[in-house]
Design a protein around this ligand. Structure first.
Ligand SMILES: Nc1nc2c(ncn2[C@@H]2O[C@H](COP(=O)(O)OP(=O)(O)OP(=O)(O)O)[C@@H](O)[C@H]2O)c(=O)[nH]1
Ligand SMILES: [Mg+2]
Length: 236
């Protein structure tokens, strides 16, 4: 499928006024202020922020005070929150991140530049730079997921479960999303296998602020299942 890119002369480059940064937030009191401050600093306050929140701590109040749009939602998992988050903005570029201060907001300009180069999806690849802050079991699992997804997609991908990506809004609107824990892998694989222009951008990855709510084994099994399901569905 071909999408309109900025090769056409009437399309100016996007700026941060065209960008929404979106995230699920679930009890991220320890990180929310840092993450939203970093976004505001890097984008000069131009990007707007959407949080789909399931917290029982002060995260949503802190987010609202800092100017974010907060949508309240019963906690139902990562993908349910992030799907709502990516479908909410009406700006042409949607960037996802986690709200745990692991992702480098200082690289937002590189994501936007890569979209302006004509890519439909720019995926933050943590593994190419080593991801030293990632627990060993997660790093091993993520490398295995990338191999599995690459085999299914017929194209080498390095990091299928990253939380930081930029999308042209048409991409998120044109595809039906079905996965929950595996949504991040789905958000990479379906566009890739439908011949959208996808680029993996190496990023730094920091240690999480606040405590994880994730069980790596249950989560890992759900992600592997999503990768298989999505890979097979896209072949059919
Ligand atoms: N609204 C909402 N947000 C969620 C839910 N589960 C996770 N999140 C958010 O989604 C983002 C990713 O979740 P994380 O817990 O960081 O998952 P992870 O990065 O795989 O694992 P760790 O960082 O190791 O905990 C974070 O911003 C969470 O707050 C949920 O059920 N509802
Ligand atoms: Mg995280």
């Amino acid at each position: 499928m071909s999408l309109q890119t900025n090769d056409s002369p009437e399309q100016d480059d996007y700026t941060f006024n065209d960008v929404s940064v979106v995230m699920g937030t679930y009890n991220e009191e320890a990180a929310i202020e840092t993450v939203l401050t970093d976004i505001a600093d890097v984008t000069d306050g131009a990007a707007n922020v959407v949080c789909v929140d399931g917290s029982s701590d002060p995260t949503p109040e802190l987010a609202r005070e800092m100017g974010a749009t907060v949508i309240e939602q019963e906690p139902q998992g990562y993908g349910v929150a992030v799907r709502e988050a990516i479908l909410t903005p009406d700006r042409p570029v949607v960037v996802t991140t986690d709200c745990d201060d692991t992702y480098p907001m200082e690289q937002l300009p590189e994501f936007l530049d890569t979209i302006n180069d004509g890519y439909d999806v720019v995926s933050g690849d943590r593994l190419s730079r080593g991801a030293d802050a990632m627990p060993d079991v997660n790093r091993l699992g993520n490398r295995a997921f990338a191999l599995l997804a690459s085999a299914l997609a017929g194209e080498r991908v390095r990091d299928t479960t990253t939380g930081m990506r930029a999308y042209r809004r048409e991409v998120v609107e044109e595809i039906m999303w079905t996965e929950n824990t595996g949504l991040s892998a789905e958000l990479l694989m379906r566009p890739l296998m439908r011949d959208y222009r996808v680029h993996e951008l190496p990023i730094d990855y920091r240690e999480r602020a606040g405590t994880t709510t994730l069980d790596p084994f249950a989560g890992g099994a759900a992600i592997a299942k999503s990768i298989l399901k999505v890979g097979l569905e896209e072949h059919l």
